[in-house]
Design a binder for this molecule. Sequence first.
Ligand code: ZN
Length: 342
Amino acid sequence: MSDMTSFIRELPKAELHLHIEGTLEPELRFKLAARNSIALPYSTLEEMRAGYLFHDLPSFLAVYYDAMSVLKTSQDFYDLAWAYLERAHAENVRYAEIFFDPQAHTSRGVAFHTVLSGLRNAVLDGRRLLGIRAQLIMCILRDHSAAYGMATLLESLAYRDLIIGIGLDSDEAGNPPAKFAEVFRRAREEGYRLTMHCDVDQAGSTDHIRQCLDVIGVERIDHGVNVLDDASLVAAAAARGIGFTVCPVSNRYVTGELKAHELRRMLQRGLKVTVNSDDPAYFDAYVTDNLVAAAAAAGLTEPDLVQLERNAFEVSWLGPGAKDALLGELDRFEAAALSEEA
Ligand SMILES: [Zn+2]
């Protein structure tokens, strides 16, 4: 392991853009299919991996939603989240904000409560048994109607204290942020924190980022690399301290490029940019791999990497006490790493 790789692995990290359904590794998919007596069109892990063919967002989403059919019971969702938390803990992720997509489950007959209870129990055990903190963000699927999104938001209110924020994901083409203005207005009134995906190089990317800032009033944008295409957007996002949750390896799958140089430019312009893994089981890269790939491609230094994690803790939705404690941990890590070098 190179010095840079071990530095990144040991760096205290926060992950803010992670879809729990995107952590479904082929091994667990087979195990859950067997437990739930679901027939899969694959007989080996290799065959399953070979079926994971995608080159853009829609082709990825087709594979992704199909795989979720094995998730049925609260225990299944627990096992999914627990596997992620163990893996994240091993990479020194100290805090994770975890997206889940209830509509991808309720639409196939799995109750909201089943999804949330499994995820919540894993989050509680992660804290108790591993010392990793996590909170849940509910995403609305943007390729469904705003009315369905509102119904899902209203359903979530029974579990208001288990969910920190609301996001927006899935296929962006023809589904701009403004389509969900009412849903997000209500979410804000209910006290949820707000974020939205603005995927990379979409038709209307800069318009969508502007809508996020001016119409929705988000605190963070997931991906959002195209902010660089418009200097006035960069200035507005920097002034408001908007967090950007960039996912380099995911970018490579859906656009052919890591966008690592864009990441470096975002850092240089003072944007609160962070690095995350998005759907690591499908992109074969957890957060350490994403940071290693971006650092190698864009020549990021150790202080750059510390800054990326400082940004992540700062734009996280932790309470002030926990946030300060983790920022302190990062400061101590940085001081110890620098004194070793001296
Ligand atoms: Zn995402």
